[in-house]
Design a protein around this ligand. Structure first.
Ligand code: AVJ
Length: 332
């Protein structure tokens, strides 16, 4: 009997870990496809989401603490200063839906301001990240119902089991800046559908600004941002049997004025051949791999984009230095 039970338990464990390694294998296959395809193009590029593995996410956390990187502390200060006004304009919000469970510090400030809140739904691809965030926020806000949703928030179509009532979406950190205008519009449309008519949406958006402030934010003195970028090559080495020499590539950030965005590249410092999964790729000195975009918006530019996607601007807040903005929108 006892051995039956323990063998059942062992089987359960095996199938759980089998599911986990199947997910892991699918993730690596997706990464492999993106890298092999991205490196074979004339203008080489790898989608920015692959920057955020465990190491990349930890390095991004580090970026948010460097002096030159103003977005995180500025957005946090805006939530601290205007949380009550935001909450009053958002209405009697019952359910807060967060797209990509962000830093719990910012979320906590918003939760504290929302007096009627009873349910918090963070949506994120990382199950472990979600579990962590859920635990912290449950401990910090007793009585709050935390219902994590595992998945890609750009593809989430239903909030299964979420209470009806007033909903507020939250998308912080100017993560929307990773998307092109077209992708951002599609995301905003799907968020309107997901949250429903009458819902509110609070979005953190980085502002256009002087290049002497903007460029150092993406190329800090300490080299944390460079390490974050170069981790993509290290990840290829780790997961795809690559042989990138990370000392022979340099992180570069430029501002593309026509597109209103920071563009991040890894630039080859020499002529060199690199192997990935048995395939060879030649780099000429100066040749680049495009790894990330970070779009910047003036207030009216973002309001126009939101309106084109079915959201009415309610109010926008900025800091005194005009570095960062918070937009409150309502689904029409
Ligand atoms: C996570 C997309 C908001 O664009 O500022 C920061 C990413 N990359 N430094 C940003 C990033 C390098 C960041 N977002």
């Amino acid at each position: 009997m006892a051995s039956d039970i323990s063998s059942l338990l062992a089987e359960g464990r095996t199938s759980a870990s089998a599911a986990k390694s199947a997910r892991r294998a699918a993730e690596i296959a997706e990464f492999a496809d993106a890298v092999l395809q991205g490196l074979a193009q004339r203008t080489r590029s790898i989608p920015s989401r692959f920057l955020y593995d465990a190491t990349g996410s930890a390095l991004f956390e580090e970026i948010t603490r460097v002096e030159e990187y103003y977005p995180t502390r500025t957005e946090t200060a805006l939530l601290d200063a205007f949380g009550n006004e935001i909450a009053a304009l958002a209405g009697d919000v019952d359910t807060l839906v967060e797209f990509g469970s962000g830093s719990s510090r910012k979320t906590s400030l918003l939760i504290e301001a929302l007096a009627e809140l009873d349910t918090y739904i963070p949506i994120d691809v990382s199950e472990s990240f979600l579990a962590d965030a859920a635990k912290r926020l449950e401990a910090k806000h007793p009585g709050l119902n935390v219902k994590p949703l595992v998945g890609d928030f750009t593809r989430t179509r239903t909030l299964a089991g979420a209470p009806r009532g007033e909903r507020l979406g939250f998308f912080s950190g100017s993560t929307i800046g990773n998307l092109t205008h077209e992708e951002a519009k599609a995301f905003l449309e799907s968020a309107a559908e997901l949250l429903g008519a009458g819902s509110a949406f609070l979005i953190g958006v980085d502002l256009k600004k002087r290049l002497d402030i903007l460029l150092p934010a993406y190329d800090d003195e300490e080299g944390v941002t460079a390490a974050f970028s170069l981790n993509l090559l290290a990840r290829i080495n780790r997961e795809l049997d690559g042989d990138f020499d990370t000392t022979r590539f340099a992180h570069t950030a430029i501002y593309n004025d026509a597109k209103g965005r920071i563009e991040i590249y890894l630039q080859s410092l020499t002529d060199q051949d690199v192997r990935v999964m048995g395939r060879s790729f030649s780099f000429a000195k100066g040749e680049r791999i495009h790894t990330e975009n970070s779009h910047k918006y003036s207030l009216p530019e973002f309001q126009a984009l939101a309106q084109s996607a079915g959201w009415l601007p309610v109010k926008a807040w900025t800091d005194t230095g005009d570095l960062f903005s918070l937009h409150l929108l309502r689904a029409s």
